[in-house]
Design a protein around this ligand. Structure first.
Ligand SMILES: [Zn+2]
Ligand SMILES: [Zn+2]
Length: 170
């Protein structure tokens, strides 16, 4: 059985889904744009799957009489779309979103006029800009890693210990 894990950016909330996702989609409706602060919402249904929250509890906002939107109360990462017929999870919140390619679109009447042209915009890797390269070189990420952790954030001593172990391995 396939296992999919994920969580919010800060790591306060983690989840696990087991089984086969019934569908994976993007929704262009205005409610999803707002809830995700984005052009559209990438969502995978976990209906019929074994699903559990493995760390923390999401907060919810009741966006309509039918739907609750779940998110991390600490860092704000959008996490769920919870409707009477089932729950869907934000694809970008998964540890491996590349495994959850969308297969259909909803709410196309709300599609923003430039969305279809996004793929044809000029694109650059972060390192191609010298300023971003320096930014990336000196950046320390506080984002939860893309896998389950026994403890998060790491204990102050732990990070130093790991850094030393890393140096010794080099
Ligand atoms: Zn969080
Ligand atoms: Zn929507």
């Amino acid at each position: 059985m396939n296992t999919y894990t994920g969580g919010c950016q800060c790591g306060a909330i983690r989840f696990r889904a087991r089984g086969t996702p019934p569908d994976s989609s993007i929704c262009h409706c205005r409610m999803c744009q707002k809830a995700f602060g984005a052009y559209y919402a990438p969502l995978v249904s976990v209906r019929g799957m074994e699903f559990e929250w493995t760390r923390g509890q999401r907060k919810t906002f009741r966006s309509s009489n039918f739907v609750n939107r779940g998110f991390c109360g600490d860092c704000g990462t959008p996490l769920t779309y919870e409707a009477p017929d089932g729950t869907a999870l934000a694809i970008g919140a998964f540890d491996h979103p590349e495994e959850l390619a969308p297969t259909l679109q909803w709410g196309v009447e709300g599609k923003l006029p430039y969305v279809d042209d996004l793929a044809s915009l000029p694109g650059y890797a972060s390192e191609s800009d010298p300023e971003s390269a320096e930014f990336l070189r000196t950046m320390v990420s506080y984002q939860h890693p893309d896998h389950d952790t026994d403890q998060w954030p790491p204990q102050p001593g732990e990070a130093a210990k790991r850094a030393r172990a890393g140096e010794e391995n080099q």
